[in-house]
Design a protein around this ligand. Structure first.
Ligand SMILES: [Fe+2]
Ligand SMILES: [Fe+2]
Ligand SMILES: [Fe+2]
Length: 340
């Protein structure tokens, strides 16, 4: 029920205008992939122009961690059972993701190595509080569609989009990490995908999608397109959410000044008193919020590397959708929240 609630809006947002045939499917998806191939990397620009590029790069890695540390787990759900030759074709991709049984080459292991190189924890979900909602939705989408084999074509469409675009975007990701860390940290995970996902994209199209359409007919194309377009939309949202968070971190001081200017202008919505060490696990709000400390002291957490102390008479404006949390660090602390 929760998954339906979280993903049903995609049905209204993504329009599958038909009728489709193999040729129009390929023309459409080629055009989308071509646009990705020829677009400038906004990620590269955002990371390298951040006020703290290393912190921004590590926050980017944090957003990847939920997916890449459990890499291809959702794909593994779909190689269970018997979908004829397609199970075996999908298994060829899966076995690459799992390093052909060589742990050192397993994609999740290469990602772990990169995290450690960057001074980060490599433990699965160490950073769970810091995943943005959209990052979580990417990983969970694959599990959502893979849990039901009736959604196989939708899954294959989404998988094609992700494999084919990773071949393109990982080049920019590698370049950004190289620039920011002056070549001092490994970029193996991204370099490996810039190479292998060219093949995975091709395998998804030529060994899965094209023979599937030939065998089952054009009536399966709407599901393929749906997966392709849904994941494209979720990925675009996740990218924008990442960039907004990096900006939020960079501009935290301005948001503190803004709070001082706004304080007292509106009646408060909520006044909360908590005792020492009480936590607000990281969360977001659907509107901008004025957060203000009236007495005591707390730590305001915006990212794994960005915690500021707020004392009585200090606050921050939290933009809608931006992750934040608190930890009380005085015997008692009273703060107010006001939607603005
Ligand atoms: Fe991979
Ligand atoms: Fe892949
Ligand atoms: Fe909050």
């Amino acid at each position: 029920m929760l998954e339906h609630y979280l993903y049903n809006w995609l049905k209204e947002e993504v329009h599958i205008n038909g009728p489709w045939c193999l040729e129009s499917f390929i023309a459409h998806t080629d055009k989308v992939l071509d646009d990705v191939a020829h677009s400038e990397s906004k990620l590269h620009e955002v990371l390298t122009t951040s006020r703290q590029p290393e912190r921004a790069a590590r926050f980017f890695m944090t957003q990847c961690a939920g997916d890449f540390l459990s890499e291809a787990s959702a794909m593994a759900r779909n190689v269970l059972g018997n979908s004829g030759v397609y199970t075996s074709e999908l298994f060829k991709i899966l076995i690459d993701e799992y390093g052909y049984g060589v742990d050192k080459k397993k994609h999740s292991t290469i990602f772990e190595d990169m995290l450690q190189d960057m001074g980060m924890s490599h433990h699965v979900h160490h950073y769970w509080q810091f995943y943005t909602p959209a990052s979580l939705s990417l990983t969970n989408y694959f599990h959502y569609v893979s849990a039901n084999h009736g959604e196989l074509f939708r899954y294959i469409g989404a998988m094609y989009y992700t494999e084919a675009t990773l071949a393109l975007t990982t080049k920019h990701q590698s370049r950004a990490i190289k620039t920011i860390f002056n070549g001092a940290v490994s970029t193996d995970y991204f370099d490996e995908h810039a190479h292998i996902d060219v093949h995975h994209g091709r395998m998804a199209l030529q060994r899965l999608i094209m023979p599937m359409i030939k065998q089952f007919g054009p009536q399966i194309i709407p599901d393929l397109i749906r997966g392709f377009e849904e994941f494209r939309l979720l990925q675009d949202i996740a990218d924008e959410e990442l960039y907004a968070h990096i900006q939020w971190h960079d501009e935290l001081d301005q948001h503190r000044a803004q709070a001082a200017a706004l304080q007292g202008q509106k009646p408060v919505d909520l006044r909360i008193t908590e005792t020492e060490l009480e936590l607000s696990v990281l969360h977001t709000h659907p509107n901008d919020e004025l957060f203000w400390v009236e007495s005591g002291e707390l730590e305001f957490v915006a990212s794994p590397e960005l915690t500021v102390r707020l004392k009585a008479g200090e606050g921050v404006v939290i933009p809608k959708g931006m992750l934040h949390g608190t930890r009380i660090c005085s015997p008692s602390c009273t703060y107010t929240v006001t939607a603005i």
